[in-house]
Design a protein around this ligand. Structure first.
Ligand SMILES: C[S@@+](CC[C@H](N)C(=O)[O-])C[C@H]1O[C@@H](n2cnc3c(N)ncnc32)[C@H](O)[C@@H]1O
Length: 186
């Protein structure tokens, strides 16, 4: 399993626009090959209040916003769920989606909370071949000036190895100031 699950009573922190300092809509769209828009089905693993999900939704045909906590989906509803977003209450490692049902996946600031190996195994099942996956999260190699304690985080190498172990091809694994970014293909 991962580390502690995000406390919904602190969810206002997820709506703070200063978060774009650590991860932007544009970097996610670029890494997901979304360009100016696509009809593809995107999965957001650990969607929370929908802060990034709602940013990305206009660039995809359909989005499955997966979160294990009903409280987080309720907060997303209060913020307004775009018409093409399905709220999926599930753990990331048992996705209620068919084999090859999706074309892309994203996960922001969540990799340290989820059971990573089993999540990536199930994600590979539900993605069509050659689908892009982008994971951005707080890094164990970061400065620790923002985000969860460093001893609760993974680093880029650890997550890249987990992708490889699950059968993905890792294209980019980058350490940044406080976060890491992984781009892989199914
Ligand atoms: C730190 S929040 C990030 C939310 C969102 N990705 C963002 O960047 O605003 C992590 C989210 O992952 C969800 N989560 C934790 N473990 C999960 C699991 N096993 N399956 C699905 N969601 C999970 C939590 O409920 C929480 O909403």
């Amino acid at each position: 399993m991962g580390f502690h699950t995000f406390d919904p009573s602190r969810a206002d922190r997820l709506e703070d626009v200063s978060r774009y300092r650590f991860c932007s809509r544009e970097e996610l769209l670029g890494a997901l090959d979304a360009g100016s828009g696509t009809d593809d089905h995107l999965i957001d693993l650990g969607s929370g209040t929908g802060f990034y999900t709602a940013d990305l939704a206009p660039f995809f045909g359909r989005v499955s916003a997966v979160d294990i906590q009903a409280e987080m989906h309720e907060l997303f509803r209060e913020n307004g769920v775009p018409d093409n977003v399905d709220l999926v209450e599930s753990s990331t490692d048992s996705l209620p989606l068919g084999d090859g049902a999706a074309d892309a996946a994203v996960s922001t600031m969540t990799a340290h909370e989820i059971p990573l190996a089993s999540t990536l195994t199930d994600l590979r099942r539900v993605l069509a071949p050659d689908s892009p996956v982008v994971v951005v999260d707080w890094s164990a190699d970061g400065r620790g000036e923002a985000g969860p304690p460093r001893d609760e985080r993974h680093d880029a190498d650890f997550v890249a190895d987990a992708f490889t172990e699950a059968g993905f091809s890792v294209e980019v694994a980058t350490e940044r100031g406080e976060t890491f970014s992984i781009r892989a293909r199914s």
